[in-house]
Design a protein around this ligand. Structure first.
Ligand code: MEV
Length: 443
């Protein structure tokens, strides 16, 4: 079959949705009829709603569903939340719910927003006298504020705006490289558009003023702006979430004493602090919880992932985002991480489910959402590591995965009920499920 022998197409984005699908189905799929059926199955029957989704991105052909689950009973700063989580991994919501219930009975989660500073930079090349550049930037600083006044007006009314514009000399790392390192407060908005608009104006102001700066030589006047863009590394947009309880309250199971459990938890965290191979997986488990809430609330999970992992390496080695200690017979477990989130703008009012999820969370401010998300990460890590240091994760994972295997094998309702019962007392493995289902069918 001559698949993928197709020629490049021009003007694809201008084709109708139907034509895009026809082209795709005939050029790139083995079964064009089935392709169209599957794609159409996932269209929303409400045409207006489908149009809304079509217009989120270019070249939309259908929707890719993710399950939206709820992890209830999260007691955060004395307030109970039911947290929406959008994720495909079968055990994540169950694990979050379990951790929420466990800590709900032990005082709940306590959280603090440490800071909310966002960052953006204008990167430029300047070939000349550094002292003159410093004097120049100081002289024109008011112009940056004046030129962005129209952009910052409504943000200022909400209590935000530009916090600082600092010249940074990075010429030791790269010849003639400097930047305007700018910090912002964007209140309940994630602020990407606001920050990038301000930065592009700073860049224009910088170029214009350099051209007119009498003491610059011709080369100095000709400073080159390379790019202006926000940074997703926001080490000062920081939140902390914590749980603690007397050690004797860590009575998880009969198999392990509370003291042994607390010690093993601390050991596991110590390992993730010193060993990057473990730290990556440890933090991946944290991100299971974080990303699921980020997705459910319409925030940018790629930005969060990038920033969080950079933060995990801030001391020069990739390390655990969570911490644990035993002190005065108390067990304390906490997370500190940067989260630049928004509860206004972006998808928050546009996507009906995102809007609903924010409503479920009590219309949180960005600061509140930072706290909820940090808690979801901490809870997820507690659930994962407590399983790892006791029973191992496979038992729970495979129990949750059982349904996926049964669905793959087109099991009926009755077969599913029978096998869920069977695997309550038997270890779930892919082969084991296949054999049990075949045996059931043969009977
Ligand atoms: C799986 O998605 C996440 C875990 O591997 C996290 C961890 O190892 O801590 C269970």
């Amino acid at each position: 079959m001559e698949l993928y022998m197709t020629k490049p197409i021009s003007g694809f984005s201008k084709l109708s949705k139907k034509d895009k699908i026809d082209w795709l189905a005939s050029e790139y799929t083995t079964d064009p009829i089935q392709t169209k059926t599957i794609l159409e199955q996932y269209w929303n029957s409400d045409e207006k709603l489908q149009k809304l989704h079509d217009e989120f991105i270019e070249n939309t052909i259908t929707n890719l569903y993710l399950p939206l689950g709820i992890a209830p009973n999260f007691l955060i700063n004395e307030k109970l939340y039911a947290i929406p989580m959008a994720i495909e991994e079968s055990s994540v919501v169950a694990a979050a719910s379990k951790a929420a219930k466990f800590w709900g009975g032990r005082g709940g989660f306590k959280t603090t927003v440490i800071d909310t500073e966002k960052v953006g930079q204008v990167h430029f090349i300047f070939k000349g006298d550094v002292k003159k550049l410093e004097t120049f930037i100081n002289a024109i600083r008011p112009k940056f504020y004046e030129d962005t006044a129209v952009l910052t007006e409504s943000m200022s009314k909400r209590g935000g705006g530009i916090k600082d514009i600092a010249l940074r000399n990075l010429s030791e790392k790269l010849d003639n490289y400097y930047q305007l390192h700018c910090t912002f407060e964007t209140m309940d908005a994630m602020g990407a558009n606001f920050i990038n608009s301000c930065l592009e104006q700073f860049a224009a102001t910088l170029k214009r003023e350099a051209q007119n700066y009498a003491t610059f030589t011709e080369t100095e006047k000709d400073l080159e702006v390379v790019m202006s863009i926000l940074s997703n590394y926001v080490p000062n947009c920081l939140v902390r979430a914590e749980v603690s309880c007397p050690i004797e309250a860590l009575n998880l199971s009969k198999e392990i004493s509370p003291v042994a459990f607390a010690q093993k938890m601390v050991r596991a965290i110590e390992i993730a602090k010193v060993e990057p191979y473990r730290a990556v997986t440890h933090n991946k488990g944290i991100m299971n919880g974080i990303d699921a809430v980020i997705m459910a609330t319409g925030n940018d999970f790629r930005a969060i992932e990038a920033g969080v992992h950079a933060y995990a390496s801030k001391n020069g080695r990739y390390s655990s985002l969570t911490h644990a200690e035993i002190k005065n017979d108390m067990f304390r477990f906490w997370i500190e991480l940067p989260l630049a989130l928004g509860t206004v703008g972006g998808l928050t009012k546009l996507h009906p489910l995102v809007k609903l999820n924010l409503d479920m969370l009590g219309q949180p401010s960005a600061k509140e959402l930072m706290q909820i998300v940090a808690v979801a990460g901490l809870a997820q890590n507690f659930a994962a590591v407590s399983s790892l240091v006791t029973t191992g994760i496979q038992k729970g994972h495979m129990k949750m995965h059982l349904m996926n295997i049964l669905n793959q094998m087109n099991a009926t309702h009755e077969e599913k009920d029978a096998l869920v019962l069977h695997f309550k007392t038997n270890t779930v493995t892919h082969r084991g499920v296949v054999i049990a289902l075949e045996a059931l069918r043969n009977n």
